[in-house]
Design a protein around this ligand. Structure first.
Ligand code: ADP
Length: 464
């Protein structure tokens, strides 16, 4: 329910807000109404002189010394801040003062109808004009009726039927006044209630709009990001394709060219072996690229499985060392396996194929991107993790590319690709493997001084 049907009150908090608003809306009307009522009250003093000259003095005293000063007093008080607290009581009091003034006149001249009309006017002003709330107005209105009856019965010589007659009018005026005041106030309250609701809804809408705008902004920036990624990926793919065709064409040309030369039956045995060796090397190079492409496709399709088994980390490191030693020697690089796990701790539960692929990629790159110096690699136990490293004294990687090189098809320096070979897949595959095994991979590098690649793996020693 909106409000109490009898008192018209809202719930406590809302009632307070309503009264504040009602007061603010009423203040000027109260002042104007009181001024007008006071003027009318004074104007009717002219009638006193004409119709009841014998009581002129008394009636004028009531009007000019009591009622009008009381009304003006209320106007004056309305300029003080405490008026807000007591204004309804003051209004009720003024309503009664105005009414009692007329009732006294009525008691003195009961046979003069002009004063009955006067009381009716006071009732109307009290109920409709001075912004007195329904409940207070009703109390004052009915009290005036009682006071009238007391005055008429005990303090005047009005005949019985006149009193009954007047009661009919006054009761009817009170009933009508009450009903009308009730309606006026309940509509005012409804207005207030609906406005409040409207404000709340408005706030909600503004809030929703704000959220919506925020969402749109977020979505737009997400889309922008996605678009940039797509464009970048597109560029990378084009670069990759160009690179790939080079990567495939070079060994392919080698294979075709030397196969052609091999056709010559007069070719000496030593040259035959040399050409066959070149064909084999070129074939391997192509196979490597194709394997990388197959691997990255399987990773991206989510069909690359992890198969855990116990394997000896030290043996794997030694195997990688043995595998790359000749290549390092060929390039005049020193390859050193510096750190191994202690013998009793070397058995680890991991996917050895993937670990091998990661180490191979990193050492291969270290050799590929270094022209002199030392390549060190190894593994340490670090806070219940295995931390592998591969350190070289090669060309280094610019800081702004150190993240990007782990993405597929990315090379730190696109210009350099022809000189070094590679499709930019090795690190992407390594990163995917490290993450599949539950570790992290990163690089520390200074351009011209060398790079150190690190990766961690969980140190599981449990059985399968
Ligand atoms: P690629 O087949 O081109 O070597 P990778 O994914 O293995 O592809 O490496 C990506 C890029 O990162 C390389 O092209 C190279 O620019 C850079 N890079 C990788 N390892 C090293 C290293 N040890 N020293 C310098 N640059 C490196």
């Amino acid at each position: 329910m909106l409000h109490n049907p009898y008192t018209l009150s809202f719930s406590k908090r809302q009632e307070r807000a309503f009264r504040e608003k009602y007061f603010a809306d009423s203040l000027w009307q109260v002042r104007v109404a009181f001024l007008l009522v006071a003027l009318l009250y004074a104007a009717f003093g002219f009638l006193d002189t004409i119709i009841v000259p014998e009581y002129r003095k008394e009636f004028h005293f009531i009007r000019f010394a009591v009622v009008i000063p009381a009304l003006m007093g209320v106007i004056l008080l309305s300029y003080f801040s405490f008026f807000r607290k007591i204004w309804q009581l003051l209004l009720m009091f003024s309503f009664m003062v105005g009414g009692v003034g007329i009732i006294i006149m009525l008691a003195l001249v009961p046979d003069n109808y002009a004063y009955y009309g006067g009381l009716m006017l006071v009732l109307f002003a009290g109920y409709f004009f001075i912004r007195l709330r329904f409940l207070m107005a009703s109390i004052a209105g009915w009290s005036l009726l009682i006071i009238y009856n007391v005055a008429a019965i005990f303090f005047s010589d009005a005949p019985g039927e006149l009193i009954i007659n007047n009661n009919f009018f006054f009761i009817a005026a009170n009933a009508i006044g009450m009903m009308a005041a009730y309606n006026i106030e309940s509509f005012t309250r409804r207005d207030f209630y609906l406005n409040k609701k409207l404000d709340a809804r408005q706030l909600e809408i503004t809030e929703t709009n704000k959220n919506l705008e925020q969402k749109v902004r977020e979505r737009t920036s997400e889309l922008q990001y996605a678009k940039e990624r797509a464009e970048e990926s597109d560029k990378l793919k084009s670069a990759f394709l160009a690179n790939l065709s080079h990567e495939i064409r070079t060994p392919m040309n080698g294979i075709m060219g030397f196969a052609e030369l091999l056709k010559n039956p007069q070719l000496p045995g030593e040259q035959q072996r040399e050409y066959a060796g070149i064909i084999e090397k070129s074939g391997k190079r192509m196979l490597n690229i194709i394997n990388d492409i197959v691997d990255i496709s399987r990773i991206e399709a989510g069909v690359m499985d992890v198969s855990l088994e116990k394997s000896n980390i030290n043996e794997q490191l030694e195997y990688v060392y043995g595998f790359f030693k000749p290549q390092a020697d060929d390039k005049g690089l020193q390859l050193i396996l510096t750190d191994k796990l202690s013998t009793g701790k070397a058995m680890v539960l991991t996917d050895s194929e993937k670990l091998y692929a990661i180490l191979t990629n990193l050492v291969k790159n270290a050799i590929k991107y270094s022209s002199q110096g030392t390549i060190q690699f190894g593994c340490n136990e670090n806070r219940s993790k295995l931390e592998f490293f591969v350190r070289d004294t090669g060309i280094g990687i610019p800081e702004d590319r150190q993240q990007a090189i782990f993405e597929r098809f990315v090379q730190a320096d696109i210009e350099d690709r022809e000189a070094r070979q590679g499709a930019g897949l090795g690190l992407a595959i390594s990163k995917a493997y490290v993450e599949m095994l539950g570790g992290e991979i990163w690089v520390e590098s200074k351009i011209g001084q060398g790079s150190t690649f690190y990766f961690t793996l969980p140190y599981h020693t449990g059985s399968v």
